[in-house]
Design a protein around this ligand. Structure first.
Ligand SMILES: [Zn+2]
Length: 255
């Protein structure tokens, strides 16, 4: 449940159990067929499913993300990585004072990842809590590589919006996307792990702003996929917290 929908006594109880789910996404162009808030809604719809399973309050910290490279398309918005990192730290301060010691961030936007690490590092240094991150877009692609293409505004993002609110998908407004092979190669350049450029203008990936096959997924299948992503996050989160607890320096040598 959204923290914002709880009353104060409800929130006090829920946060006192120690876990909160934060949400980060983006408001940026996704062609003529998906809403600007695709990344914000995708992250939220997954986070709500995760929060329900973990019985943890869900807190979207900002619908706007770090997306300066989409600004050539009017309607796209961006905050700086420093702003997002600061928001994260300051929200964690309130959560920590309410008793939260475990923060899970559900993200759906590559541009946010660096800022999330920056903010999480600062929060963990200042506050008695730990932060772990679920890159929900990466998970969706990894679990269903044949159906969920790691494009921009293609099948994977369409699935997330179909699962969130199918009325927001407007395939009738779809203009021609970029040639898939060329855009995939362009995106891969920025996704290299060894030597890579930092994204500056998304037109370097796709002049048309998007690529992929948004019309390849049904609403029913989208729901199944997004539920499976939430399930995966919940089990991975459990695994990570357990491993972390076993490896805590204060636990070392005690057995
Ligand atoms: Zn997106």
């Amino acid at each position: 449940m959204l923290l914002a929908n709880m009353t104060q006594p409800e929130a006090q109880d829920a946060l006192g159990r120690g876990t909160a789910v934060l949400v980060t996404g983006s408001i940026e162009q996704h062609g003529g067929h998906l809403p600007l808030g695709t990344d914000a809604w995708a992250a939220l719809t997954i986070a709500l499913r995760v929060g329900e399973r973990l019985e943890a309050p869900v807190v979207p910290i900002s619908p706007v993300g770090v997306a300066s490279y989409h600004l050539p398309w009017p309607g796209s918005l961006s905050i700086s990585p420093y702003t997002l990192a600061t928001l994260l730290v300051e929200v964690c301060e309130g959560l920590a004072s309410a008793g939260v010691v475990r923060v899970l961030i559900v993200n759906w936007h590559e541009g946010n990842s660096t800022a999330i690490r920056l903010g999480a590092d600062r929060a963990q240094q200042k506050l008695p809590l730990r932060v772990i991150v679920a890159e929900s877009h990466v998970i969706t692609n990894a679990l269903f590589p044949d159906e969920m293409e790691f494009t921009h505004a293609g099948s994977m993002e369409t699935a997330a919006i179909l699962a969130h609110d199918p009325t927001l998908v407007r395939l009738g407004g779809m203009a021609d996307g970029a040639a898939i092979e060329r855009a995939t190669d362009g995106h891969a350049l920025f996704r290299r792990r060894d030597v890579f450029p930092v994204m500056k203008d998304f037109r370097e990936v796709a002049a048309e702003g998007w690529y992929g096959t948004p019309d390849s997924i049904t609403e029913e299948r989208a729901g199944e996929i997004i539920d499976a992503v939430a399930e995966h996050i919940v089990s991975a989160v459990d695994e990570v917290w357990k491993s972390l607890a076993e490896r805590a320096p204060e636990a070392g040598g005690s057995s």
